[in-house]
Ligand binder design. Structure first.
Ligand code: BES
Ligand code: ZN
Length: 626
């Protein structure tokens, strides 16, 4: 069965690439049949987006105009854009003879996940399209923070998160990862704030509050990003720097100072960095993710600013996306592992080059633990544990699990180990160069890697099983972490007697602590939790990774002295990865449920709509419509 699907997909993908072969443009590898977009790019496809928008912090809306240039194929009678929660005020068309007039547009039926298709009539004479629109206060991509919700408490802040299909909630656009376009933007914001985008950026505020942006490399819509706030800038190297709240800048610069070195190590591995500058924006703690690979400007959570550079692996990850994801992009969200699995692989290669193999093997071991938890959570036979996903009719966010990230990683590592690193790296370098600014699906990727292996090697790797079957194949590579083995011994030696010697842990980094804490039994007897806390002060930790696992263990053990600190953590931090396990743990008991509801009552307002939606579901919370 899978062979048939594979074969069929290969033919399909060959047919698509042949059809467009004569024209070398960035639209060459358009994905046919994206289940999460209404667009029909094979009829009319966006080539450039020009935005003229203004942010209104009072009303919590963005309003303005999106000018759309496009390529019309065949005799297409319309271009279809994706929209969700947008008000379309009017649509105009500029004819090729430059006359401009209003046209009748049509909105399709509303779908709760995909939104609404916007149909705009076009013909031979249509030059450009102008959509006048505004967003709604509940737009899923947008978070509007009041001054009290930011670190400095003085200025408001706006941040967007477009991945996976939220770009359509702030811009009418063809919102599928298989469609690339260039963009420029004029953005008007309150004159006390600065605007930043996934584009060429200003480095300081100006009094007019008007900012101009340009992104000359073609990108898919999920990489459109905007943030508006009181941010300062500090350079790290010629081509790299950090934006953050002014009082945090120095600390951020210290933490991120290895970034330039990471870029160089990444370039040594897989080719030149393609986006000119690489800057990082450290956002307020409500940012729903750890990081987001917005091109030229990674968005990152402040929870990585630990003071000891121990969490900069996340930067290696987002930087790696500049190749895997942003340069070679998954053609639909069903191929999400090609974005994330590759990026985790590349992330660990960068960290190995920066910190050595012992260090990267710690990261890999944590990944394997996460993967086993995900398999348990989803069920070993769940179709969602296959690398190639089938997310049709569902929200692509459901595909964001450790399967794509970590099963994807181990599959690539297995190929590296089978082929030998030298040959594998040569292949990858060519892969990124040849497919730059193109789209890739699982089948096309497999077609490229399969010939690298001998029949004997292929029968050992079991590609089919890894990609199309649920669960984790037996031949999954096994990481070896000497540092974690040491932490295991330490835990075993002291657990029974419950006497903990802090001297033995002086040189431990965050990863070792996380591993140590993960290894505690659930529940851990209260007197042991108490003496651990007394010696190591976990409840007072300001390191988000340590806090997250300590609070989870505390809930499982009923260790109440940690709860006040957990409440503060859950109220200040909006990173979904930290929120979900804690809320999920709390709802397991009646008492915990009440505590979860009570915390969420105050905390919810500080979360991004993306995190709100996830926690709402866990707590069965029904927000009032806004
Ligand atoms: N691109 C992802 C975040 C994402 C994925 C947002 C899917 C929405 C839908 C980003 O690169 C990511 O993976 N972030 C991780 C970082 C980690 C794996 C180092 C995160 O936020 O935790
Ligand atoms: Zn990622």
């Amino acid at each position: 069965m899978n062979k048939i699907i594979l074969g069929f997909s290969l033919i399909l993908c060959l047919a698509v690439s042949c059809k467009n072969k004569t024209k070398e443009s960035h639209q060459e590898h358009i994905a046919a049949g994206d289940p999460h977009s209404f667009a029909k790019p094979n009829e009319a496809v966006i080539t450039h987006l020009s935005l003229d928008i203004e942010t209104d912090f009072e009303k919590k809306i963005i309003a303005g105009r999106a000018d759309i240039s496009f390529e019309r194929k065949k005799d297409a009678k319309e271009i279809i854009l994706d929209t969700k929660q947008l008000t379309i005020d009017s649509v105009q068309i500029t004819e090729k003879n430059r006359s401009r007039h209003k046209v009748n547009f049509k909105l399709g039926e509303k779908d709760s996940v995909l939104g609404t298709a916007l149909h705009i009539p076009i013909d031979d004479e249509t030059g450009q399209i102008h959509v006048y629109y505004k967003t709604s206060p509940g737009a899923e991509a947008l978070q509007w923070l009041t001054p009290e919700q930011t670190q400095d408490k003085k200025y408001p802040c706006l941040l967007t998160q477009s991945q996976a299909i939220n770009a359509r909630t702030w811009i009418p656009v063809q919102d599928g990862p298989g469609i690339r376009f260039t963009y420029d933007a004029k953005v008007k914001v309150p004159s006390t704030l600065i605007a930043l985008m996934s584009a060429e950026n200003p480095q300081r505020k100006n009094e007019t509050g008007i900012y101009h942006f340009k992104m000359k490399q073609p990108i898919p819509a999920y990489l459109l990003a905007l943030s508006v706030g009181n941010f300062g800038f500090s350079p790290i190297s010629e081509r790299c720097g950090v934006y953050a709240a002014p009082e945090m800048l120095e600390k951020c610069k210290y933490e991120l100072t290895e970034t330039e070195k990471m870029i160089q190590l990444a370039e040594n591995l897989y080719g030149k960095y393609a986006w000119d500058r690489y800057d990082i924006l450290i956002l307020p703690p409500s940012f729903p993710f750890g990081g987001m690979e917005n091109p030229r400007l990674t968005f990152a959570t402040p929870t990585i600013i630990a003071g000891d550079r121990s969490l900069v692996t996340l930067i290696a990850h987002e930087l790696a996306h500049s190749w895997s994801g942003n340069l070679v992009t998954n053609s639909t969200w069903n191929d999400f592992w090609l974005n994330e699995g590759f990026t985790v692989y590349f992330e660990y290669r960068i960290m190995e080059a920066l910190q050595g193999r012992d260090y990267s093997e710690m990261l890999v071991t944590l990944s394997l633990q996460d993967l086993h938890l995900a398999l348990k959570d989803l069920g070993e036979t769940s179709p969602d544990t296959r690398l190639k996903l089938d997310l049709k009719g569902r929200n692509p966010d459901e595909g964001v699990t450790d399967i794509a990230y970590n099963k994807g990683y181990f599959f690539l590592r297995l190929m590296e180990e089978t082929l030998g690193r030298e040959k594998w790296d040569t292949f990858l370098k060519t892969y990124f160069t040849e497919n730059a600014f193109k789209t890739m699906n699982t089948e096309a990727f497999l077609k490229k890697v399969t010939p690298l292996f001998s029949p004997e090697q292929l029968s050992k790797i079991k590609i089919e099983e890894w990609v199309y079957k649920p669960g984790l194949p037996q031949n999954c590579p096994k990481p070896q972490s000497v540092l974690f083995a040491m932490a295991d011994t330490f835990r075993q030696q002291h657990f029974e007697k419950n006497t903990w010697d802090a001297n033995g842990t002086k040189r431990w980094n965050t990863h070792i602590w996380v591993h140590f804490l993960r290894g505690l039994p659930s529940p851990t007897p209260l007197e042991k939790m108490a003496s651990l806390d007394k010696v190591f002060h976990f409840s007072q930790s300001q390191n988000a990774e340590i806090q997250a696992i300590w609070f989870e263990k505390s809930l499982q053990s009923g260790y109440e002295p940690a709860y006040p600190a957990m409440r503060v953590f859950l109220t200040e931090v909006g990173r979904r990865k930290f929120l979900m396990p804690l809320y999920k743990e709390m709802i397991k008991t009646e008492k915990g449920k009440a505590m979860a509801q009570d915390i969420y009552k105050t905390a919810r307002a500080n979360y991004h709509p993306i995190s709100q939606m996830s926690v709402d579901e866990v707590l069965r919370y029904h927000p009032l419509p806004n």
